[in-house]
Design a protein around this ligand. Structure first.
Ligand code: HEC
Length: 383
């Protein structure tokens, strides 16, 4: 982790907790619908009085319920089985109705004190009575513990809406972390656990949005760090999204066998060392794509020089000059393309660069710090 051959930046480096197990309480539900007609009738009246104004007379909700309004709030979603309400256990439905959405930054009012527990259950019975059998079966299956099987429905294989409901998780993250610092949660390989990204860290969330842990998810059976696989994929996607014109490319000599992306800082001795050996990489069929990473950002020792390099007509030569490996003049660093130095720094921070040189193979694998060229060629050409 602390490499002797990289120039480290001083900002703190968060490191990560490995969470080995996570246990979710399973909900036990009855095999057939848990309510009867009397519950539905009672619920219908209460629903009309308390819920219909927002969620529609029959739980149809708002057509565009997945889109937030100008204030970042979600409109009332359908409760009739066409949306994601069936993803929630009865316990979670009860608490949503009694607590409301305000504590999560939402608009749904809480009904605690207004409706008794039995009345809340009756309202749930009412809107669940609008759910088609397969939706109800899916809800029951999802929320079944202790081996109680979901209702089988062999005739109908049409899957209901399966896209995950990330509304609540997003609201929880937003209420704790502000609005733009995390990515939209996506399903992880673990049932009921969702993944979100904060800069270069990955978090795993329970579906109710209540619990979050930050760390690495390991598949012990396959011996794979699943978080690292996500991290690599994100890193290389972001790097590949950069236009070639913004990079400084030292192309392979002869047939290109591999591309190596290198975040570099002209003020870092290890970057100079690596650059002095670059022709060996090129001769081995490796194209080196340089990206700027001024350690310390605008205050960093290499910031101005990197801007000058990115302003040069012949950037490859300018980079070599800036690394004291050639002589010549650098242009002033006040041109438009100098802005890419900030972009490179931001990109590096997003994908987890913490020092220079930081090398990324085309599969997203990261090599931190200087590696002598013979060894480096091996590492880059052999997966
Ligand atoms: C003032 C409008 C309003 C009223 C009244 C209201 N809701 Fe909501 N409800 C919302 C909004 C908006 C959301 C989306 C989450 C949020 O913003 O809190 C929501 C979310 C929900 C959810 C979560 C749905 C999901 O798929 O995640 C349930 C369940 C729900 N409401 C049930 C009810 C019930 C039952 C009542 C009546 C007892 C009710 N709501 C009354 C506006 C309302």
């Amino acid at each position: 982790m602390s490499s002797l051959v990289a120039c480290k930046i001083s900002r703190y480096l968060s490191r990560i907790v490995l969470l080995v197990g996570l246990l979710l309480a399973a909900q036990v539900q009855a095999q057939n619908r848990w309510y009867d007609q009397a519950d539905i009738d009672k619920g219908a009246t209460l629903y009309k009085q308390n819920c219909a104004a927002c969620h529609g007379p029959n739980g149809e909700g708002t057509a565009d319920w997945k889109k937030t309004d100008a204030n970042g709030n979600y409109p009332p979603p359908p409760l009739n089985g066409t949306a994601h309400t069936w993803h929630h256990s009865k316990k979670l439905l009860r608490s949503t109705i009694s607590e409301g959405g305000a504590r999560l930054g939402g608009l749904m009012p809480g009904f605690k004190g207004k409706l008794t527990d039995e009345e809340i259950d009756a309202v749930i019975a009412f809107f669940q009575s609008k759910w088609p059998d397969e939706v109800y079966a899916n809800w029951a299956g999802r929320n079944t513990g202790n081996g109680i099987p979901p209702i089988a429905n062999p005739e109908d294989n049409s899957a209901p809406e399966t896209a995950a409901d990330t509304t609540r998780m997003t609201q929880m993250l937003k209420s704790r972390l502000g609005s733009s610092r995390f990515s939209e949660p996506v399903e992880s390989p673990v049932n009921g656990i969702f993944m979100t990204r904060f800069g270069s860290n990955y978090g795993y969330l329970t579906e109710d949005g209540r619990y979050l842990f930050i760390g690495n998810l390991i598949d012990l059976q396959q011996g794979k760090n699943l978080t690292d696989i996500s991290r690599r994929r994100t890193a290389i996607d972001e790097i590949n999204a950069i236009a070639a014109a913004d990079k400084i490319i030292f192309p392979a000599i002869g047939a290109e066998k591999a591309v190596l992306n290198v975040f570099t800082d002209t003020s870092c001795p290890y970057c100079k060392q690596l650059h002095s050996e670059i022709s060996f990489l090129q001769q081995a069929g490796i194209s080196v794509h340089y990206l700027p990473y001024p350690r310390g950002g605008r205050q960093g020792p290499g910031y101005q020089v990197l801007r000058q390099v990115w302003c040069a007509e012949d950037r490859a030569r300018a980079l070599t000059i800036a690394k004291d490996l050639d002589s010549g003049e650098l242009p002033p660093g006040d041109c438009a393309s100098a802005a890419f130095v900030d972009a490179g720094y931001a990109l590096g921070n997003r994908i987890g660069v913490t020092g220079t040189p930081s090398l990324y193979k085309s599969n997203g694998e990261n090599i931190e710090g200087y590696v002598p060229y013979r060894e480096l060629i091996q590492k880059v050409l052999n997966d």
